[in-house]
Ligand binder design. Structure first.
Ligand code: ATP
Ligand code: MG
Ligand code: MG
Ligand code: MG
Length: 540
């Protein structure tokens, strides 16, 4: 089956079960102060779950454009390095708003995967919530009993709160979830090592494809704490994280929702990979066309490996989608907020082709016609604005390419000077690219245990003068076994921001009660990326 046929099969299946097929919401969130980008299919329906709006239909299904590069869900570092996390991906979903519940959701997901899409039952595992005594959350016996009708018991695994319980925020609708995982290893490998032990273990061939959330509880404030006091008492991040669950139980109580809901999300690219029997999402027909075009443009060859060049091919095939769909949905690259997230992704991609595909001209905008054509019938908004999106990307590429080379050179000089401090010479080209981490470590005896630190001030200079986002400098540092002093960088950034008073931007959990936000000051992207909770309660 082609990717297009698989997407259609999903939608047709749920239509046949009485679901109305609705369009994807835009990837850029404009009317929600708590979220920059759509990161799950349910985002557009949250008012139904909160009871703020009545749904027109009680059963809907769709494919949703999602972006996971900021806030609670940030997969950026995995992208291109692994083969199944993307920045932008399609999340297939079906919903019940106060209509069917676990019995139907479970039976249908099994029917779709094993009967319609013919995935081998011996490759599938499901998980149910094991319960959490500390948080007074029960084991999901009901889901377990429903799965038992279809799945052998040794394939129904119990999972913890992190993987098998969903909540919007500190309060609000919540409930247990059941995930479906596929073991894509060969029959021999499966016979050797039990797949059950590899579920949720980051094994590249044993991957989660579908999450079924059952909303049945509502967590409400019981005796709501004064957040200032709570925060002050728990003002270090680690402590805060540790204390939070216990505090929540103390301050809130769990009620049953008057009506129960189903919210599911399945990674489309992962599903296609499983059905097409590939080892990597990038080997499916969703990505092979883009990769072939990139080969043609650059004259380089993509081979599946973890070499830098292979990563660069994957990063490009991934990032072009995120960038173009976001621009088509109205978010231009810029220096603040959602616009800066896009600019960061774009610059990251430019540096990958510049350094690892040895391509020094604007490249990504050349991929646009292909991507737009590929999605013409699913997300026609891209093709409709193809010329505009191409122009924006081209200009962004040109502008960054003007400073990229100088910035890389500055970085190399800086790093060479650092090496010289330890009596190590930079390589012939004056840089360290091409010198392996091991070689560097071997030469710096007394530093073997500790990576070289790139000064925060220097990272700031790269940012300010050459437009290198911090995460790009961090990536370049990581490649030569160095680390960036992010605290120092943030301090410099803050000084500059204090001078220019940037707009207020927040991006936190899936959802935050707006009343709790009051005035929140923008504290810098890195704070947000590193720990959203720190930003969340930092009031002015
Ligand atoms: P993972 O554990 O693999 O990071 P997740 O548990 O964070 O996934 P969910 O929030 O449950 O993912 O989202 C529902 C589905 O969306 C997942 O089962 C997966 O198939 C898909 N998915 C999640 N993140 C990504 C991503 N970055 N790229 C592609 N598909 C994704
Ligand atoms: Mg994840
Ligand atoms: Mg998961
Ligand atoms: Mg999940």
């Amino acid at each position: 089956m082609t990717a297009a046929q698989i997407r259609q099969a999903f939608l047709d299946f749920f239509q046949s079960k009485g679901h109305t097929i609705v369009p994807s919401a835009p990837i850029v969130v404009k009317n929600d102060p708590t979220l920059l980008f759509t990161n799950a299919g349910m985002n557009q329906f949250k008012d139904y779950f909160l009871g703020n709006r009545t749904p027109e239909h009680t059963r809907v299904a769709d494919t949703q454009k999602c972006l996971r590069v900021s806030g609670k869900h940030n997969d950026l570092e995995e992208v291109g390095v692994d083969t199944y996390h993307h920045t932008m991906f399609e999340m297939l979903g079906n919903w019940s708003f106060g209509d069917y519940f676990k019995k139907e959701a479970i039976a249908w997901s099994w029917e779709l995967l094993t009967e319609v899409l013919k995935i081998d039952k011996d490759k599938l595992y499901v998980t149910v919530f094991e319960g959490d005594a500390k948080e007074q959350l029960p084991f999901d016996q009901e889901a377990y009993d429903e799965w038992k009708k279809w799945v052998a018991e040794d394939r129904i695994l119990k999972g913890n709160k992190k993987d098998n319980f969903w909540e919007m925020g500190d309060t609000g609708p919540c409930g247990p979830c059941s995930e479906i995982h596929v073991d894509c290893r060969s029959a021999e490998e499966r016979a050797q090592v039990d797949g059950a032990t590899l579920v949720n273990a980051d094994h590249p061939q044993v991957i989660e494809i579908w999450n079924n959330v059952f909303m049945q509880f509502n967590r409400v404030w019981d005796n709501k704490p004064a957040f200032d006091t709570w925060d002050k008492a728990n003002n270090t991040t680690e402590e805060y994280k540790k204390e939070r669950p216990a505090k929540l139980v103390e301050f809130t109580k769990l009620e049953n929702l008057p009506a129960t809901h189903v919210d599911t999300g399945m990674g489309f690219e992962r599903l296609v990979r499983v059905i097409q029997g590939k080892q990597s999402n990038y080997d499916t027909d969703i990505f092979t066309g883009t990769i072939a075009l990139t080969e043609q443009i650059t004259g380089k060859t993509y081979d599946f490996s973890d070499s830098k060049m292979a990563v660069a091919f994957r990063v490009l095939a991934d990032h072009i989608r995120a960038i173009s769909f976001t621009i088509a949905d109205g978010q231009l690259p810029s220096n603040t907020g959602a616009g800066y997230v896009i600019r960061r992704i774009l610059r990251r991609a430019v540096r990958y082709y510049y350094s690892y595909l040895d391509y020094k001209q604007p490249l990504m905008h050349q991929l646009l016609p292909h991507i737009a054509g590929q999605f013409a019938t699913v997300f026609p908004e891209l093709q409709a604005q193809q010329d505009f999106v191409t122009k924006v990307i081209r200009e962004e590429e040109e502008s960054f390419l003007r400073t990229l080379e100088k910035g890389i050179k500055r970085f190399d000089e800086y790093y060479a000077a650092k090496l010289a401090e330890y009596g190590v010479e930079a390589n012939a080209s004056g840089g360290i690219l091409g010198t392996t981490t091991q070689e560097v470590i071997a030469q710096i005896d007394r530093q073997a245990q500790q990576p070289i630190v790139i000064d925060g001030k220097f990272a700031f200079e790269l940012n300010d003068t050459y437009g290198f986002p911090l995460d790009l400098t961090a990536l370049m540092a990581q490649e030569v076994n160095a680390v960036v002093d992010e605290t120092g960088f943030n301090a410099e950034m803050k000084l500059q921001k204090d001078r220019s008073r940037l707009a207020t931007v927040i991006d936190t959990e899936d959802w935050v009660p707006v009343n709790d936000i009051e005035k929140i000051t923008f504290v810098g992207y890195q704070d947000l990326l590193v720990d959203t909770r720190v930003a969340r309660y930092r009031k002015v």
